[in-house]
Design a protein around this ligand. Structure first.
Ligand SMILES: Cc1cc2nc3c(=O)[nH]c(=O)nc-3n(C[C@H](O)[C@H](O)[C@H](O)COP(=O)(O)O)c2cc1C
Length: 389
C-alpha cells in the first residue's frame, strides 16, 4: 500500500530526522539503527531505472536522486529546470510525479512499498519527495502497469486510427482517479472538441510566436545528431515526426531571425495547425488531465496520474502524444512578451470553461498505430542522476 498524504511518516526514536543525511549515515555506520536496510543495491538500481524511464517535457530529465539507507530523495535538477515555461516548476513537477509513480509501480511489483513525503521542506523548492521503502511480507502484488514502463513512449506520428471505446476510457479514467484529486476530462460534444482543439492550437502557435518560448523549444532539439539518430537528452529530431521535405525549413526556423521573418508570413499559425490541430483532428481520442488546484502538490500528483494513464494506454495498445502548452501557459505562471500577453491571457479562462471545476493541465492525443516509431528518446546514464549508495 502506498501512502501519500498527509506526510506519511515522522521520525521515531533511533531514526534520522527528515533531511538529516548525516545523522542517517552515522546511525547506520555506528550500528544504532532503528530500521534495517531492506533494499539491496540491485533493487535500488532497478527502482532508479524505472524512474528515469518516465517522460519529461522536452526530454529534460530534470531529476536528481540520493539514497540514504532505504530512503530515497527525489529532487529537481536546478540545471535542467526553471526555464521560461517552468518558472514555477510546473513541467518539472509533472516529470517528477511521473518518475515517482514509475518507481512506486516498479518497486511494488517486486514487493516493496513506499511511504511518500511530498515536498518535505517547504523552503527547499527543489526537494520534491522523500520515499521510505520497506519490503512487504508475502508475495508481490500483481502490478500490470509495471510491464508497460519500458514500452511507454511518446508518439508524434499521425494519422491514428481506431476508436477509444467506453471500456478503454473507463480504464484510463480509473488510473487517473487512483491519485486523489486527479481526473480526466473528455470532450463530449463536437463543440467541446472543437473548442479544445482551438485552445491547443492557439497555445502551440504561441510557442512559435514568442521569441522566449521559441528559444526554449528549439534549444531542446538536438539537430546536431541528424534526422535519424537518437540522443540521450533533449529531443532528437527523429522523434518529432517532421516530414522529410519540411525538415530543412523546420531546422532553419531554429534561428530567431528566420522564425521572426517567416512569422510575418504566418509561419507560427501554420506550425500551430501542423503540430497540434491536424494530428489531433486525425486521431480518435483526446482527453485532458485536470487538477483541483495549482498547488505544487497537485501538480506533482498530476504527474503521477499522467504516468498511470499513459502506462494503461500503453497496455491497451494506444499511442499517446501529450500537449502541455495550453495547460501550462493557462496557469498564468509563464511570462511572455507584452505583445503576446493578450493572446496568452485567453488560454486559461477558455480551458477552465471547458473542464470546470479545476485546471486543465495536459492534453493527451490518443489512437492506434500499426507500428512502433522508428526513433525514441534516449536517457542519460544512471550515474548522471546522482550517487547510487
Ligand atoms: C510534462 C510533460 C509535458 C510534455 N509536453 C509535450 C508536448 O507539449 N508535446 C509533445 O510532443 N510532447 C510532450 N511531452 C513528451 C516529452 O517530450 C517526452 O516525454 C520526452 O521527449 C521523452 O520521450 P518519451 O516519452 O518517448 O520517453 C511532454 C512530457 C511531459 C512529461
Amino acid at each position: 500500500m502506498v501512502r501519500t498524504s498527509p506526510p506519511a511518516y515522522s521520525a521515531r526514536a533511533g531514526e534520522p530526522m527528515v533531511g538529516d543525511a548525516r545523522s542517517s549515515r552515522s546511525a547506520e555506520s555506528s550500528g544504532h539503527i532503528g530500521r534495517m536496510r531492506t533494499v539491496d543495491r540491485h533493487t535500488k538500481e532497478g527502482i532508479l531505472r524505472a524512474g528515469i524511464a518516465a517522460p519529461s517535457a522536452d526530454n529534460s530529465q530534470p531529476w536528481c536522486f540520493a539514497w540514504q539507507g532505504d530512503d530515497l530523495d527525489l529532487r529537481i535538477d536546478a540545471s535542467r529546470s526553471g526555464h521560461v515555461s517552468d518558472t514555477r516548476y510546473v513541467l518539472s513537477d509533472l516529470a517528477a510525479g511521473a518518475c515517482l509513480e514509475n518507481m512506486v509501480i516498479h518497486a511494488r511489483s517486486l514487493g516493496y512499498a513506499a511511504d511518500l513525503q511530498p515536498f518535505p521542506q517547504p523552503d527547499d523548492e527543489l526537494w520534491v519527495a522523500r520515499m521510505r521503502w520497506r519490503h512487504d511480507p508475502g508475495p508481490p502484488p500483481v502490478e500490470p502497469l509495471a510491464r508497460a514502463i519500458a514500452q511507454r513512449h511518446t508518439d508524434r506520428r499521425f494519422p491514428w486510427s481506431g476508436s477509444i471505446d467506453a471500456d478503454a476510457q473507463a480504464r484510463l479514467n480509473a488510473q487517473a482517479q487512483l491519485i486523489p484529486g486527479q481526473r480526466l476530462w473528455w470532450p463530449q460534444t463536437p463543440h467541446a472538441r472543437k473548442a479544445a482543439l482551438d485552445v491547443i492550437r492557439q497555445a502551440e502557435t504561441l510557442r512559435f510566436r514568442s521569441p522566449a518560448l521559441h528559444a526554449e523549444l528549439f534549444s531542446s532539439i538536438r539537430f546536431a545528431v541528424g534526422w535519424h539518430a537518437a540522443c540521450e537528452e533533449g529531443l532528437a529530431p527523429t522523434t518529432l515526426a517532421v516530414e522529410p521535405p519540411l525538415r530543412p525549413v523546420f531546422q532553419a526556423l531554429r534561428r530567431p531571425a528566420m522564425m521572426s521573418m517567416f512569422n510575418r508570413l504566418g509561419a507560427a499559425t501554420v506550425l500551430g495547425w501542423r503540430s497540434a490541430w491536424l494530428p489531433i483532428r486525425l486521431s480518435p481520442g483526446l482527453c485532458l488531465l485536470v487538477i483541483p488546484s495549482t498547488a505544487r502538490s497537485d501538480v506533482l500528483a498530476a504527474g503521477r496520474a499522467l504516468q498511470r494513464v499513459w502506462l494503461q494506454a500503453t497496455l491497451d495498445g494506444l499511442s499517446v502524444q501529450p500537449y502541455a502548452a495550453a495547460g501550462v501557459l493557462g496557469l498564468g505562471f509563464v511570462a511572455v512578451e507584452p505583445a503576446l500577453q493578450q493572446s496568452l491571457s485567453r488560454v486559461g479562462p477558455t480551458l477552465r470553461n471547458l473542464c470546470a471545476p479545476g485546471y486543465g493541465l495536459v492534453f493527451l492525443r490518443l489512437g492506434h498505430t500499426r507500428s512502433a516509431p522508428r526513433g525514441r528518446s534516449g536517457r542519460r546514464t544512471l550515474e548522471s542522476f546522482g550517487a547510487l549508495q
